[in-house]
Write a protein that binds this ligand. Structure first.
Ligand SMILES: NC(=O)c1ccc[n+]([C@@H]2O[C@H](COP(=O)([O-])OP(=O)(O)OC[C@H]3O[C@@H](n4cnc5c(N)ncnc54)[C@H](O)[C@@H]3O)[C@@H](O)[C@H]2O)c1
Ligand SMILES: O=C(O)[C@H](O)[C@@H](O)[C@H](O)[C@H](O)CO
Length: 257
């Protein structure tokens, strides 16, 4: 008999999720915890990330640690990896979720803003992968999941920093997917459509976004937070063992148009 649903089981697996204090990061943390994984969540704010970790640990019973670590700081990324190894002895899964979005016409965006977005959204994930990969190579096992975006696949006006960074993550996923699979490590990306997270909440009532949701998203609505969990559990588990360098869109039909 083939394993079937057991392929999705994450019992005993260890996952790092960057930007795990809120939004999609905390939704995916709950999803992985419900499938049995132990977690190290990071974000820049110690109190916030500790509170999220404590809540998930209380709700699901798994070991969940919250730690302040900025993905753009190589020393803090090293500390993140060392903490995961000292607490759990291994790292099976890395979800590169931390990200920011600065919107505006190109002549309003400053160089510093453009570079900040590339730093968090591209350099950060690259640093995290570089840091965990030696442990994954030693174990000959690893599942790396990057949060790209539909905006890595299609364009949108007034989004030059964000679209540039997410396009880069699509290509980084493909390159890592090829480079690492000989070590038993896969790298895939989720390309979410619009989710009503703290990143998007301030813009939810703008005419631009309302028009866009109706005009571009076939399902004609924002995604619900739990709608990210299936893709995250799938890519974190052995259910996706023959996938590397793939983009999984969760976008209500946006890119099918
Ligand atoms: N919300 C969406 O509709 C959507 C769509 C497509 C892609 N994404 C991507 O999904 C990811 C999560 O988005 P979200 O909407 O949940 O965002 P969010 O703003 O709600 O949460 C982002 C998280 O990242 C953390 N973070 C930000 N900068 C950091 C840094 N330098 N170091 C460590 N942590 C940092 C924040 O503390 C927070 O925990 C991002 O990469 C985003 O680009 C989101
Ligand atoms: O206003 C924006 O820039 C968009 O709403 C993004 O935040 C998207 O939600 C997401 O990236 C979709 O792919």
């Amino acid at each position: 008999m083939l394993p079937g649903i057991k392929l999705f089981d994450l019992t005993g697996r260890v996952a790092i999720i960057t930007g795990g204090s809120k939004g999609l990061g905390s939704a995916m943390a709950e999803g992985l915890a419900s499938a049995g994984a132990n977690l190290l969540l990071t974000s820049r704010n110690q109190d916030e990330v500790e509170a999220t970790a404590a809540q998930i640990q209380a709700d699901y019973g798994n070991k969940v640690i919250g730690m302040a670590a900025d993905v753009t700081d190589p020393d803090q990324v090293t500390a993140m990896t060392e903490r995961a190894i000292s607490e759990f002895g291994k790292i099976d899964i890395l979800i590169n979720n931390a990200g920011i979005n600065i919107r505006g016409p190109i002549d309003d965006i400053t160089l510093e803003e453009f570079q900040d977005v590339q730093n968090v959204n591209v350099t950060g994930p690259w640093l995290c992968v570089r840091s965990v990969v030696p442990h994954m190579k030693k174990a000959q096992y690893g599942k790396i999941i990057n949060l790209a975006s539909t905006l890595g696949l299609v364009g949108m006006s007034n989004r030059t920093p964000y679209t540039s960074s997410k396009g880069a993550m699509v290509q980084m996923t493909r390159a890592l997917g090829l480079e690492l699979c000989e070590y038993g490590i896969t790298c895939n990306a989720i390309c979410p459509g619009p989710f009503l997270t703290p990143m998007n909440e301030p813009f939810a009532e703008t005419e631009e976004i309302k028009k866009f949701i109706v005009g571009a998203v076939a399902m004609n609505r924002w995604a619900r937070m739990e709608e990210i969990q299936g893709a995250a559990i799938f890519l974190a588990s052995d259910a996706s063992s023959y996938m590397t360098g793939s983009m999984v869109t969760v976008d209500g039909g946006w890119t099918a148009r």
